[in-house]
Design a protein around this ligand. Structure first.
Ligand SMILES: [Zn+2]
Length: 170
């Protein structure tokens, strides 16, 4: 699958060319015409710029806009959606919509470091629940939404430090 392919490609590039800052220094590669996730760019500029490349990608294309929890800023969500409608063929607005089954928190569940083990774990900011079987967290790694209740998703997510997303909750 693409999540492991992008990791494998990144590793192969590092092996062949060494660690080049800004080029091969990540555990993933940026595919397609996507502007790299660390680029400081606003949603509207990103959509506009990437829209110029969609016509060159007849096999399929999608632009992602990563945003924080937007539940309290619906007018801004609507502005981005209108901009998508008017400027690009296919795009997606990704926000955080995690759910804690213990306390009912509905927002963004964050990664924290477990003090005793040193491992990265998901923790509900409301009730501090860390039981991954009692939460729904999904993040996008390399273009695809994955549930994070697996170690792989957590390690990919944390190593790439992307501000990724949800789409489906189980
Ligand atoms: Zn909770």
């Amino acid at each position: 699958m693409i999540e492991s392919t992008t990791y494998k490609f990144a590793k192969c590039l590092q092996k062949r060319f060494g660690i080049i800052p800004g080029v091969t220094d990540k555990q993933y590669i940026t595919n397609s015409y996507h502007i790299k996730v660390t680029e400081p760019i606003d949603a509207f500029s990103k959509i506009k710029l990437e829209s110029e490349f969609q016509a060159l990608s007849p096999g399929g294309a999608i632009t992602y806009v990563e945003v924080p929890n937007m539940q309290n800023n619906i007018p801004a969500v609507l502005e981005v959606i209108k901009f998508i409608y008017n400027n690009i063929i296919y795009a997606e607005l990704n926000t955080k919509s995690d759910y804690c089954q213990v306390c009912g928190y509905d927002g963004e569940i964050k990664i924290v470091k477990d003090e005793s083990t040193g491992r990265l774990v998901w923790e509900c900011p409301n009730c501090k629940n860390r039981d991954q079987d009692k939460m729904n967290v999904a993040r996008r790694t390399c273009g695809y939404i994955g549930l994070t209740n697996t170690g792989l998703a957590l390690s990919s997510f944390s190593s790439s430090q992307r501000g990724l997303q949800f789409l489906f909750v189980s």
